[in-house]
Design a protein around this ligand. Structure first.
Ligand SMILES: [Zn+2]
Length: 517
């Protein structure tokens, strides 16, 4: 060997040695779905610090790690991202901030402040989570209903120019403090009191900061303008405010609109062809979760707030009109047998259907509901109002992702993601595993502008899950809504184990996320 050859051989050896990759953890031999929607591949994933550093053949890539997770027969995927939750109180509570309801589903990032409700002070909330620690990553929307409530109370009037300016400033502040956009609940009071034009003006502020518009639309049923006109309203907002829009928990609510899923999908596809950015999410349950007031009481009766509502129930001048409209609203939702009380200040009501409560009181169901509202206040209900065909149709649509809309008393908070995989991929294949994983991860990250999460890519954050397709399932039911899901073996949040060997570690490895950072 001449001198040059020796130098070359040495250089090659040095390069090969340098190519050895030192990881903290190697997840070996699992079936990897990287979030892109492509099929699973038997490869390895390596993590170091808070990042994924390698995806591929670990042997060929000379990856070594002090800990190896043997994942043969298991599925390795990006941690799920849930674009619609009500976890703000959980993440802010010392007892619940590890967010196990979600961690045990494989959810590593939650979005909250949806439906236009929640704290207006985005920056303060994010800073609090920075300091206390949280179990999952979390991000916020500026909640339009709360913004309106802060400025105008429970008024159903249009804002004055000064009031509109105040609302714009609050949205602007939330966006500067790191919100990912503005959420609305135009079905609920006080969001329902705003016109499309008001919403457009405020959505423009979110758009100027790169945010999206997330909405519980004005009507998912036949309450006011109807499902299709409501979809058209969202698309108009997208067009006029020049903002990407996201339909929360898309559905056809009630027999009046069953079968309209196909029409909704064609309207959205047409809007996309015209260049609008439109997305949606869905939970895999046939019951929605809401409150008795929201489900049955017309919004005009809520103007002025709770005391005004109670007075309208009591007043002979308004009682009859309320009775008639509430009967119709109950009919829309499938009648008193389709309304289950899930969470109540009056324990004896919990787990009962409204027809049974009414029978026990010897009054008609709507009178029973009014009695409850007057005496116990509002309470949570599960309202069985969707049909299986519409749920399947929406789930197959290419723009529909997964969200829980998790609320206390409804099993979706503890079960959504495993249930979708168990019921709609494994037991009755409505969609494929790769599609379910994509719809729970990378697609949500893209829709919401979440950077470097939602896919298994070298250099991205190490939010990674490992689950057993044989045992993954939801256990939460309407009777026992807080049973943790099973099947998650390992859950990494920013590279730290939140579930290890199937057991939660209670790690607070999540980060409060800010748009663009
Ligand atoms: Zn909602």
């Amino acid at each position: 060997m001449n001198k040059l050859a020796v130098v070359l051989a040495f250089a090659i050896a040095a390069r090969t040695a340098a190519a050895q990759i030192a990881a903290d953890v190697l997840i070996a031999g699992g079936t990897v779905y990287d979030g892109s929607g492509g099929p699973g591949r038997v490869i390895d994933v390596a993590l170091r610090g808070d990042r994924i550093i390698f995806v591929g053949d670990a042997k060929a890539g000379r990856v070594s790690a002090p800990r190896t997770i043997e994942a043969t027969g298991l599925i390795v995927a990006p941690g799920f991202i849930d674009p619609h939750t009500h976890t703000q109180p959980d993440l802010s509570s010392p007892a619940r901030r590890a967010n196990l309801a979600y961690i045990m589903q494989g959810v590593t990032t939650v979005v909250t402040n949806n439906d236009g409700s929640g704290p207006v002070g985005v920056g303060a909330l994010l800073a609090r989570w920075d300091s206390t620690g949280i179990g999952t990553n979390a991000l916020l929307f500026v909640p339009h209903g709360s913004v309106r409530g802060d400025v105008m109370g429970m008024s159903d009037k249009a804002p004055s120019p000064a009031q509109l300016q105040q609302m714009k400033s609050l949205v602007e502040r939330g966006m500067r403090e790191g919100a990912f956009g503005m959420s609305t609940g135009l079905y609920y009071a006080p969001g329902s009191y705003s016109t499309t034009e008001e919403v457009i003006e405020l959505a423009k502020v979110a758009a100027a900061h790169g945010g999206i518009y997330d909405t519980h639309q004005r009507d998912e049923s036949s309450y006011t303008i109807g499902l299709l006109a409501s979809v058209a309203e969202v698309l108009r907002i997208a067009h006029e405010a020049k903002i990407p829009v996201h339909f929360s928990h898309i559905k056809a609510l009630g027999a009046d609109v069953w079968g309209e899923a196909d029409t909704v999908i064609s309207m959205i596809h047409a809007a996309q062809r015209e260049g609008l950015i439109v997305a949606a999410c869905q939970y895999p349950y046939d019951a929605s979760g809401t409150s008795l007031v929201s489900a049955l009481v017309p919004r005009w009766a809520e103007v002025g707030g709770r005391d005004s509502l109670v007075a309208r129930i009591a007043s002979p001048a308004t009682h009859a009109r309320l009775l008639a409209e509430m009967r119709d609203n109950l009919r829309r939702r499938g009648g008193a047998g389709a309304m289950l009380i899930t969470n109540s200040r009056q324990r004896d009501l919990e787990g009962k259907r409204l027809d049974a409560v009414a029978a026990a009181r010897s009054v008609e169901p709507v009178e029973a509901a009014m009695q409850i509202i007057r005496t116990a206040g509002d309470l949570s209900v599960a309202s069985f109002n969707m049909n299986a065909k519409d749920i399947d149709t929406f789930m197959r649509a290419d723009f529909v992702t997964t969200c829980s809309d998790g609320s206390d008393g409804h099993p979706r908070k503890f079960g959504t993601f495993p249930k979708k995989i168990r019921d709609y991929v494994l037991d009755r294949p409505v969609i494929t595993m790769e599609r379910a994983i994509q719809a729970g991860s990378s697609q949500v990250a893209r829709d919401l502008h979440i950077a470097q999460r939602g896919a298994l890519e070298a250099g991205w954050f190490a939010d990674v899950i490992v689950f057993d397709p044989k045992t993954i399932r939801d256990l939460a039911t309407y009777a026992e809504p807080e049973r943790l899901a099973t099947g998650m073996k390992y859950v990494f949040v920013n590279g730290r184990l939140a579930v290890d060997g199937g057991k939660p570690t209670n790690a607070l490895a999540g980060k409060a996320l800010r748009l663009g950072k």
